[in-house]
Design a protein. Structure first.
Length: 129
């Protein structure tokens, strides 16, 4: 979660509500679940927040530590890209910490342009659709 929210985070009730209540005209969340001990557990989430007038969207994703490096992030990113294409967007972009080499590698392997690190070690990744 540190890489998605750029540092350790604790979420209060209002933040949890924000993540659960989605404006479906502008946002979509895709959750990844696994079955452990007979129960479904969420191990990752990808989000797409559109700017319809600009035909662009910001994306983000988070994968729990135990499930990183096991293909979950790549699957989520592929699904986010597919949804963006279904929405007929021209471009998606995201902000990634410059030391998050796993996410930068995923983006690069899918054709994202990666801008050099800017303020506070942030890298912008952009995919033209």
């Amino acid at each position: 979660m540190r890489y998605r929210f750029f540092g350790p985070q604790s979420f209060d009730h209002s933040m949890a509500v924000r993540f659960c209540n989605i404006d479906y005209d502008r946002e979509i969340a895709i959750a990844a679940f696994v079955k452990e001990d007979g129960e479904a557990r969420m191990v990752g989430v990808g989000r797409l927040i559109t700017e319809p007038a600009e035909e662009t969207a910001e994306f983000g994703e988070a994968v729990t530590d135990l499930w990183q490096g096991r293909g979950v992030g790549g699957k989520l990113l592929d699904m986010v890209i597919d949804v963006a294409r279904d929405f007929r967007l021209r471009r998606i972009w995201g902000e990634v910490l410059s030391d998050n080499q796993n996410m930068l590698g995923l983006c690069e392997s899918r054709g994202f342009a990666i801008e050099p690190a800017r303020d506070h070690g942030m890298v912008r990744v952009t995919l033209e659709l």
